[in-house]
Design a protein around this ligand. Structure first.
Ligand SMILES: Nc1ncnc2c1ncn2[C@@H]1O[C@H](COP(=O)(O)OP(=O)(O)OP(=O)(O)O)[C@@H](O)[C@H]1O
Ligand SMILES: [Mg+2]
Length: 248
């Protein structure tokens, strides 16, 4: 099963969520491949202090070579990126848009492939959408104010229509939430009214521990097992699993 983490808005927690969910899937016994499609390479640096081995760079795909997954944990492999990936970004070519799907179709053995994507609807995000079964959409509360979801859904729909993509939205994850009492109940009610079917009930709180975890390359579920943020990720993970199992 392939899952894309996507939102054109920057800084909503895509990378941090991929890092944590990949680790939770792996701890749950799934064989996981995390793929970094962002030339900023933030996900790659969560796993690696030093340089990414050149043979494990996703950019190889755009030179007609296959990247080799790198073992970064138990049941957990990475295909990473570096800033050189940026030079392969273009918006036109249809054969390039299929490169990720074709590569993964020929790479069996993973239960879960999870993509981190850049904050743009360019070649990499579109290619990953085309290769994915489900989309997870992290968001902060302000994102709903400017019709971000409508834009994203229409991009997904047009991709489905033009390229026979099968990706479906699995849900919206509210990330970096302040305590609920600081968040107007009417705003929550309005969100729930419009997007209730997509919103995950479990949200991720704003937490310094999350920031520390990502920068140290240790998931908060290991760094601070008993903390609030760890509990939130575990609860969200359980809800994602449940929703996946309920999908027709
Ligand atoms: N729940 C959280 N609490 C506190 N800080 C968080 C939380 N989630 C993410 N962050 C921090 O917010 C910043 C942005 O998060 P992240 O890099 O995951 O977002 P992104 O959507 O991947 O950004 P980009 O669009 O640039 O790729 C990071 O510094 C990260 O450590
Ligand atoms: Mg990111």
């Amino acid at each position: 099963m392939r899952i894309i983490m996507t939102n054109q808005k920057g800084g909503v927690g895509k990378t941090t969520l991929v890092f944590h969910l990949a680790s939770l899937f792996a701890a749950d016994g799934k064989r996981v491949l995390a793929v970094d499609l962002d030339p900023q390479a933030n996900l790659t640096s969560c796993y690696l202090r030093g340089e990414l081995p050149p043979e494990s760079n996703i950019a190889l795909l755009y030179r007609s070579e296959s990247p080799l997954p790198l073992i970064v944990g138990d049941h957990l492999d990475l295909v990473g990126s570096d800033p050189s990936l940026g030079s392969h970004e273009d918006h036109g070519s249809t054969d390039r848009i299929r490169a990720i799907k074709e590569w993964l179709d020929g790479l069996p053995g993973y239960d879960i492939v999870i993509f981190d994507t850049p904050p743009a609807m360019g070649l990499f995000t579109r290619s990953a959408l085309l290769a994915s079964d489900f989309a997870l959409i992290p968001a902060d509360v302000s994102w709903f104010a400017y019709k971000g979801l409508a834009d994203l859904v229409s991009s997904i729909e047009s991709l489905r229509a033009r390229h026979q993509a099968e990706v479906r939205p699995l849900g919206i994850i509210l990330n970096g939430m302040q305590e609920r009492q600081g968040f107007a109940q009417e705003t929550w009610a309005a969100l729930d009214d419009r997007y209730g079917h997509l919103l995950f009930k479990n949200t991720i709180p704003e937490s310094v521990r999350v920031r520390e975890a990502a920068s140290q390359g240790i998931p908060v579920t290991e760094l601070d097992r008993r903390g609030k943020a760890a509990a939130a990720y575990r609860a969200l993970y359980a809800e994602i699993r449940e929703r996946l199992e309920a999908m027709p």
